[in-house]
Design a protein around this ligand. Sequence first.
Ligand code: HEM
Length: 419
Amino acid sequence: MNDSPESAPAPDAAPELFTWEFATDPYPAYAWLREHSPVHRTALPSGVEAWLVTRYADARQALADTRLSKNPAHHAGSANAKGKTGIPGERKAELMTHLLNIDPPDHTRLRRLVSKAFTPRRVAEFAPRVQELTDRLIDSFIEEGKADLIHDFAFPLPIYAICDLLGVPREDQDDFRDWAGMMIRHGGGPRGGVARSVKKMRGYLAELIHRKRENPGDDLISGLIRASDHGEHLSENEAAAMAFILLFAGFETTVNLIGNGTYALLRNPAQRERLERSLAAGETELLATGIEELLRYDGPVELATWRYATEPVNLGGQDIAVGDPVLVVLAAADRDPERFQDADTLDLARSDNQHLGYGHGIHYCVGAPLARLEGRVALATLLRRLPDLRLAAEPADLRWRGGLIMRGLRTLPVEFDPG
Ligand code: HEM
């Protein structure tokens, strides 16, 4: 975390990326790249070479550039380029047709169908349930006086929420918690336990979709099956891929919003006190701008998912060849001083805040209204119910989960007076 100006040195040579130190605080390295090599070619830990785009203006342009495809088939020179969003199990063909791997016109069709089912109204009606889940989770540890806020709170809340929304019966939701836990702990490719978990989840969703087709309800899966656009419906495979990407895109991201967000508040006590005062006065505006600022300042998605040049592209003065992978570094763009005043400072009241934390362009996050709802309820309730919440570890001892796309803590040990 870049909490003070001293932590942003300007080394002479390109900083080493993807090390342990980098995972803990990538912001000084991103500051160097923005200034000295804004569209930077690098070898990723996997050995694959890709371009990192770190300035805000270039990032926004790249996210909306139709010459950059999301279809992994456009990746030159990589026979096994499929499945680069980091979602375990997505190499399986039947899950490949999800929104983050396709371009128009297929993307346009699927996106329209999901938007018909996943409406702002459905999310708004879900607010009381998110509050109930949040309170139930806090009840489960409040008497202990300590907790790991990732394991006990940030991790289960989004998985139960998305299961509920999709229509997974309550008695099956702990299975999802176990499967998702396996994936988030072990991430990466579909190996061993992760492969088994993905397989079980896939099988379960396929069967659930089948059941909902026979016996529809009020839930999102039934909505996906029902949604039609010019007489077109989702096929069963497409509905399964959609349910899977909603689970995946909506799960670890929200864990990280709650985790990174709480951590940022704990490290910026003046901002936290201001938010607490505002909540105690019954105001909601600072909470709303605050969630956006937490997304900008240390957001859940460090790099947007993979894009590939389908024709020669010039980005920020750099020529990019056909087939080259392009990774837009949202975390770097959102700290760009050319775009944001005092970019390294957390300012919950920041109003000019068009951050890229949810992406930009046609792949802009489908789940943003749900993420905002969960973020607001989770943080406001934590601050209200655990007013003396404090970090129970040295920041330097905290470990961040590895992985290219997401940024999130493995654990967040806290203490508070037992309730
Ligand atoms: C897309 C961030 C929560 C579903 C995206 C993208 C970003 C993002 C950056 C674009 C990726 C790219 O262009 O490469 C976030 C953050 C979240 C969050 C920061 C939480 C704070 C959710 C939730 C859901 C969701 C709760 C659903 C339940 C999706 C889907 C896409 C997407 C389906 C693909 C959209 C498309 O390709 O058209 N999200 N997301 N996200 N997100 Fe989210």
